[in-house]
Design a binder for this molecule. Sequence first.
Ligand code: ADP
Ligand code: MG
Length: 493
Amino acid sequence: MAIVDTRTPDPKKFIKGATGDWEMVIGMEVHAQVTSKAKLFSGASTEFGAEPNANVSLVDAAMPGTLPVINEECVAQAIRTGLGLKAEINLKSVFDRKNYFYPDLPQGYQISQFKQPIVGEGKILLDMPEEQVEIGVERLHLEQDAGKSLHDQHPTMSFVDLNRSGVALMEIVSKPDLRSSDEAKAYLAKLRMILRYLGTCDGNMDQGSMRADVNVSVRRPGGEFGTRCEIKNVNSIRFVGQAIEYEARRQIGILEDGGTIDQETRLFDPVKGETRSMRSKEEAHDYRYFPDPDLLPLEFDQAYVDSLAHDLPELPDEKKKRFVADYGLTAYDADILVVEKASADFFEEVAKGRDAKLSANWVINEFFGRLNKEGLDLDQSPVSAAQLGGIIDLVRDGTISGKIAKDLFEIVWTEGGSPAEIVETRGMKQVTDLGAIEKVVDEIIAGNPDKVEQARAKPGLLGWFVGQVMKASGGKANPQAVNDLLKAKIGIE
Ligand code: ADP
Ligand code: MG
């Protein structure tokens, strides 16, 4: 395949070397575990954390005479993902055997897709701080996961756990379109976001349901592509960034010393923050791919694809556009709200029939801020959308001030209850009764004659008076009324 360079070199991303500028070129291969109750070719469960070898069928253990049977739901999930990546869906694809020997691979081969994957070219849009970047997706194919070897349970024995054996994975391969570690991190985050919206992979990198192989090379800006190294199985977005930064500088060091890069597979060591060689190209496996004779080509019709497309949820890009267009939110706020489908839904529930910007402010600053502080997920929140909406309504209609609203939020958060009732029973209503406010204003003015003199010359002092009145009223006086009364009484224009 001829690689086409779709990007214009951007000096802001160059790395300064001793002999001039360098540019990173990065491509990612992401393994995403398909969300499905059963495995790709057997009915065994995919549940995480089960007892070793509890979820193993005869097919997963590669017993002679057993045959794989394709799980239709996994196929549907791959097609949904392809549609979410705006990719071409191949109505016919082929499963191949990728042959290698390893104790946790009892078949002696992995069933994968090689020449004819289920999904072809697609794209992922990245919203970087200063630009929008479109990253090409080369392909998506379905394959089986292997089991797991356990070496540290016993001094002289190794064990094999086949629970993962046969679990469906989607391998999503990007084009070498990424040009910085920030773009690579944004690509992973965006891909994970899309998978979660679609419900096709839970994206939990710490549980291994999403793993990234990162291909890195360097070149002179805009020049020929360099030789790449592949960093295997990086399991967090932060590590992806660190691995790329280290690897690019390592390669630049070698090239500037007059050396050449060996195409090799490397591992990232998160403790040292370094990559180290795992195997060179000479040691690379020859997988002897060939179509699996146990499986027919995978075929379906366009009507099936269309029916899946019809039921696809709204995805983050479209949701963001809608939030900006329909609610008048800033792109910045919309970005924060659409990160998770659940948080976008929460916002929409709060904003329903209310001022959208005020709602977004409350959801993002008070509500998400508080969740973050407590380390809680949205579904663990003690405050519901209806309760938050109730608080906003009370601010909006002038029943409480913005300041009291924060106290009220605190009460609802810790004690629960209806915001309107709490305000009623605890006497938190804003005082809009001018007579009552005037009384307090008069007291403060009478008590501070010198400050009144000063304020006439220096109107900035008005703020001090407003503060005093608010304090004396327990924060309940309507700030606008206080302001107006003070100005009139002190004699400030
Ligand atoms: P392989 O056949 O070894 O898997 P591929 O051509 O499928 O290789 O590419 C694997 C990954 O490496 C892809 O994500 C691709 O974008 C990336 N890649 C290819 N060439 C380069 C390069 N010169 N520098 C960085 N990444 C590259
Ligand atoms: Mg590959």
